[in-house]
Design a protein around this ligand. Structure first.
Ligand code: SF4
Length: 340
């Protein structure tokens, strides 16, 4: 039985389908990266898995934690799972932390919500967790309010809260996007180490292919609420079969000057992600795809193409010409530990 098994997860907003039939399984220690542009459905997928959707959104399908279906639970039962068996790290910790409470107390309260222990024991454990996420003076820094910490320190507090109850699954939604590049590197290395130590399954949501390439052995590409390509990260990124994945790879190339050195050349995918409810019928990428034909008015199934899965009537046939830059952010030993 998988640690996390998502089955045909579908999220609707009224008549609009926001996420359509997402399925994946994760075993202990496995890492799955979900990539796509803003509006592709990756964050809504994560929120649905955590049971944190806004009331206007409705989720169907199954989110199985062991043999328990999160979508069939009461809100009280879901609260017991969140922060205990499953934990989430958000992009902006300032919105997730209570600005009026010292960070040590916030971690201690998260521990006491899920484990039987005294206040003193929870406080002691909070200090130990802050040391584990590399605070140099954890006893003192536990008494800080969130605004007294840097962005990177606040995100490390979120990581401490995430691992406080030995979660089986950690979902991280763009956890380093709000940080500057050098702090990103430290955060990714720390997250990779903690996930390995906890033997937790990781779902990492990112728009950054280099980050997913360095951290995750599996990748799922989403567009228009659909999974359009998935498989082993190295195989997908070496030879993408879906035009959207190839476009994402092309946009990861560095911004450069043109041959006259007068104009910046910024790689991009033509067109924009349509608003929710405005995707074309059939393949959602149809309005931006230069390979589209009349056949693409029918949504293609996701099926084996080469060595992984893709949902495309006219898949690409060979290795990618653009290469994603090697991740500058993750030390090689930690990056290697995330690969098959
Ligand atoms: S199904 Fe058609 S429109 Fe969609 S990505 Fe493939 S070729 Fe392009």
């Amino acid at each position: 039985m998988s640690t996390l098994s998502v089955r045909n997860l579908t999220v609707t907003l009224g008549a609009a389908v926001v996420v359509d039939g997402v399925s994946f399984d994760l075993e202990p220690g496995q890492r799955l990266g979900i990539i796509g542009e803003s509006g592709s459905g990756k964050t809504v997928t994560a929120l649905a898995v955590m049971g944190l959707l806004a009331p206007s959104l409705r989720a169907t399908g199954q989110v199985l934690i062991g043999d328990r279906d999160l979508l069939a639970m009461t809100e009280r039962q879901r609260c017991e799972v969140r922060g205990g068996t499953m934990a989430m790290v958000f992009q902006e910790p300032m919105t997730a932390l209570n600005p009026t409470m010292r960070v040590g107390r916030q971690i201690a309260e998260a521990i006491r919500a899920h484990q039987r222990c005294t206040r003193a024991e929870a406080r002691q454990r909070a200090t130990e967790l802050l040391a584990r996420v590399e605070f140099t003076d954890p006893a003192r820094q536990a008494r800080s309010y969130p605004h007294q910490l840097s962005g990177g320190q606040r995100q490390r507090v979120m990581l401490a809260m995430a691992i406080a109850c030995d979660p089986a699954v950690i979902l991280a939604d763009e956890p380093t996007t709000a940080l500057d590049v050098t702090v990103q590197a430290q955060m990714l290395a720390l997250m990779a180490r903690l996930v390995t130590e906890e033997n937790a399954a990781l779902v990492l949501i990112s728009h950054d292919l280099a980050v997913v390439s360095g951290m995750c052995e599996r990748v799922m590409v989403m567009y228009g609420g659909h999974v359009v390509e998935s498989g082993n990260t190295a195989q997908v990124l070496a030879a993408p079969r879906h035009p959207y994945t190839a476009g994402l790879l092309a946009t990861s190339a560095a911004v450069s000057l043109d041959s006259d050195r007068t104009r910046l050349e910024v790689p991009y995918i033509p067109g924009q992600v349509p608003a929710v409810g405005s995707f074309p019928a059939g393949c959602p990428f149809r309005s931006r795809c230069d390979r589209a034909t009349a056949e693409c008015a029918v949504m293609p199934p996701i099926e084996a193409v080469g060595d992984h899965l893709a949902a495309c009537h006219h898949p690409l046939g060979g290795p990618a010409s653009p290469q994603i830059p090697a991740s500058p952010q993750i030390p090689a030993d930690l990056a290697e530990s995330g690969k098959e």
